[in-house]
Design a protein around this ligand. Structure first.
Ligand SMILES: Cc1cc2nc3c(=O)[nH]c(=O)nc-3n(C[C@H](O)[C@H](O)[C@H](O)COP(=O)(O)OP(=O)(O)OC[C@H]3O[C@@H](n4cnc5c(N)ncnc54)[C@H](O)[C@@H]3O)c2cc1C
Length: 96
């Protein structure tokens, strides 16, 4: 729940910066990272709550489980977000 709130706050910050004509690359990347982690945690809780039924196709939980994991890969992977933050926010040398 805390992660969801953080993701929402960071999304709002990125949106406000964008609307203000700024380039919120760091904030947008961080919002996406936090949101992908929040959705994956929600999927984990959902699967655990449903137990074995979570694997039954007709409950649609397994589909959501798979699809929430997607956000750590696409449209941009977690590794590339961390690389972006390392390079553009922390000023570290590009790692690849
Ligand atoms: C369901 C789905 C829908 C999609 N829809 C679209 C679409 O509509 N339009 C579109 O353009 N694309 C789309 N894509 C593609 C998507 O944008 C890419 O899959 C995504 O950007 C990841 O790139 P990749 O698949 O080449 O994986 P890769 O970039 O090869 O990543 C593979 C692994 O290597 C890691 N990795 C890659 N580079 C680095 C690095 N420099 N340092 C450390 N680790 C690294 C990644 O984090 C990941 O774990 C879609 C993909 C999926 C799965």
């Amino acid at each position: 729940m805390r992660q969801l709130r953080l993701a929402a706050l960071m999304t709002e910050k990125a949106t406000l910066l964008y609307e203000d004509g700024k380039r919120p690359g760091a904030e947008a990347n961080m919002a996406k990272l936090l949101a992908s982690e929040a959705s994956w945690k929600a999927a984990e809780a959902c699967l655990q709550t449903h137990g074995g039924y979570g694997f039954a196709e007709e409950y649609d939980v397994e589909r959501k489980y798979r699809e929430t994991r997607l956000y750590q890969i696409a449209p941009i992977s977690t590794n590339l977000i961390l690389s972006y933050i390392a390079e553009h926010v922390m000023g570290l040398p590009r790692s690849y």
